[in-house]
Design a protein around this ligand. Structure first.
Ligand code: ZN
Length: 529
């Protein structure tokens, strides 16, 4: 399809001079319209960034007294952004530009811009601005309450917020009716092209392979105990800074701050910020969340600068984004070679604390496979089981087959059957993730497992091109991998649908093969035949 269009364009331009001059005459207004489209989209992008700055501030430095006003401010900005996104003049402009787009190669920046602008516009006009503003104000308020309710193990306080999130999720889905499953429009928002049914199929196949793997590995790793000690906050942060700088995070175009639930936010191509949280009795929290968010940021910092300010100037989808956070956090950051390089620095950062811990022991400790309660701390093998449970519960809450008040009980039963442990309370149970308590319900979790699957697929493609990557990592050389990802994946931003991008980068469609091979190879010594 792409090739045909390219060829037609080339042939037409070369062999039909009369046509060329006519199309040149028509191109001028098209170019003016394109400039006008870019101006409008840039404005939407600026407003989105302003909203993101308010969100970043709320999650980092804002005093508690600012919460009420911040909710209103974010709602006002969301409404304004949405009104601009659904403006009929914008729609008319896109209509007028489509014949022009058809003359351009499919993968050109201009054709891609017009195509993605069309998708965003079609979605925006279905949703009333009032809903967007209400959802935004609700999300900010709910997040503030959750921040206190979770440590207090107070599900009762969150129940009305949970219910409201479910109601808003259904309300949102109904703007896209008819749908097959109520979660479909919400899933499509995060991972374009996926549905409740297709994710369920993917996850069922993955679960069938993971459950026996988890059974086999966890039974044998009882002797590996997580090493705890005291690790001062400033030393931890200094170590995190050194690590993420070395892998390529650009501090001229970003910064690292502390928060409750770590995230990455893009204010512009020149300002991609990440956050972490530090536990002084657990080294792994700050380290791996920093690596995770730095993975997101490497992607955002490497999108082709010419796409800046347009809807193409960011990652392709939430799942593709998670593939990069999980790639840097796990495939790279929990690899043996990575620690061959960084372990001496870790030992110097915490003098005396690792003197008697061999690299192998440390490597096994950070890769210990165990049935645990907290998703964000889960190992690579059990992690997806946490996601599969959340995905099923989310579908049921949206369907109405699970009532909000019954979530804690369903959570305990689900943890028992999916992961094999039961939380003692809601704090480490259904209240643990921010997702259900900071906005509308739906489409919030499947991307993590899609990301894991894709992380291995993209890494396998990089390894095929550069088999030396593991050796380079062990030597502290991250640029070869980073530049392969930049060239093949990052620079495209949101030009392609996730499925198109995966095929372009790997030559295949998304599949669990490389991910399962990766896990089997990594844990080979621990899997019973
Ligand atoms: Zn992430």
């Amino acid at each position: 399809m792409t090739k045909t269009r390219k060829a037609q364009y080339g042939v037409g331009a070369a062999t039909a001079p009369a046509k060329t001059s006519k199309s040149t005459r028509n191109r001028r207004p098209a170019e003016e319209k394109l400039a006008e489209l870019k101006r409008r989209l840039h404005e939407i992008d600026d407003l989105t960034a302003a909203g993101a700055a308010l969100g970043w501030d709320q999650a980092t430095y804002m005093p508690i007294g600012g919460a009420g006003a911040r909710g209103r401010q974010r709602a006002a900005l969301s409404r304004l952004t949405h009104e601009k996104s659904a403006d009929s003049t914008l729609g008319k402009l896109i209509d007028e530009l489509e014949p022009y787009a058809a003359t351009l190669p499919y993968d050109s920046n201009e054709a891609s811009l017009i195509r993605i602008a069309r998708r965003d516009f079609e979605r925006a006009i279905k949703v009333p601005s009032d809903h967007v503003a209400r959802a935004s104000a609700f999300g900010a308020e709910s997040y503030e309450v959750w921040k206190r309710a979770r440590p207090a193990n107070d599900f009762a306080t969150m129940l009305p917020f949970l219910q409201r999130g479910i109601d808003l999720g259904r309300e949102y889905a109904d703007f896209f009716a008819p749908y097959h499953h109520v979660a479909d429009p919400l899933i499509d928002d995060a991972d374009e092209g996926m549905t409740a049914a297709s994710v369920r199929r993917l996850f069922a196949a993955l679960r069938a392979d993971l459950v026996p793997m988890v059974d086999s590995i966890t039974e044998q790793s009882e002797e590996d105990h997580r090493r705890l000690g005291y690790f001062g906050e400033s030393a931890q942060l200094a170590f995190c800074l050194s690590v993420i700088k070395r892998i390529g995070y650009d501090f001229q175009r970003g910064r690292l701050d502390k928060t409750v639930h770590p995230f990455c936010t893009r204010l512009s191509a020149g300002d991609v910020r990440i956050t972490t949280r530090v536990f002084e009795n657990d080294l792994t929290q700050a380290l791996f969340s920093s690596l995770h968010e730095a993975g997101h940021a490497l992607y955002e910092q490497s999108v082709d600068p010419v796409l800046e300010g347009t809807p193409l100037g960011r990652g392709a989808s939430v799942g593709v984004h998670e593939s990069q956070s999980r790639l840097w956090e796990n495939v790279v950051g929990r690899s043996r070679g990575f620690w061959e390089y960084f372990y001496p620095l870790l030992q110097r950062t915490f003098p005396g604390q690792f003197d008697r811990v061999r690299l192998d022991t440390f490597y096994r400790a950070i890769n210990k496979v165990e049935r645990s309660l907290i998703r964000t701390e889960a190992d690579e093998v059990t992690y997806n089981l946490h996601i599969l449970l959340r995905f099923e519960l989310e579908l049921k809450m949206l369907e109405g087959t699970l009532r909000a008040k019954d979530l804690p009980e369903a959570w305990r039963a689900g943890m028992d059957s999916y992961v094999g442990v039961v939380p003692p309370d809601d704090r480490d149970g259904c209240l643990q993730d921010v997702h259900w308590f900071s906005g509308i319900m739906g489409g919030g979790f499947q991307s993590y497992t899609i990301g894991n699957i894709l992380s291995a697929q993209f890494y396998a493609a990089a390894m095929k091109a550069h088999p030396n990557i593991p050796k380079e990592i062990a030597a502290g050389e991250f640029e070869p991998l980073h530049s392969w990802l930049r060239e093949n994946l990052y620079r495209h931003g949101r030009k392609f649908k996730p499925s198109e991008l995966v095929r372009r980068v790997t030559g295949e469609q998304m599949n669990t093969g490389p991910y399962l091979s990766y896990l089997r190879a990594k844990y080979a010594g621990r899997i019973r035949a």
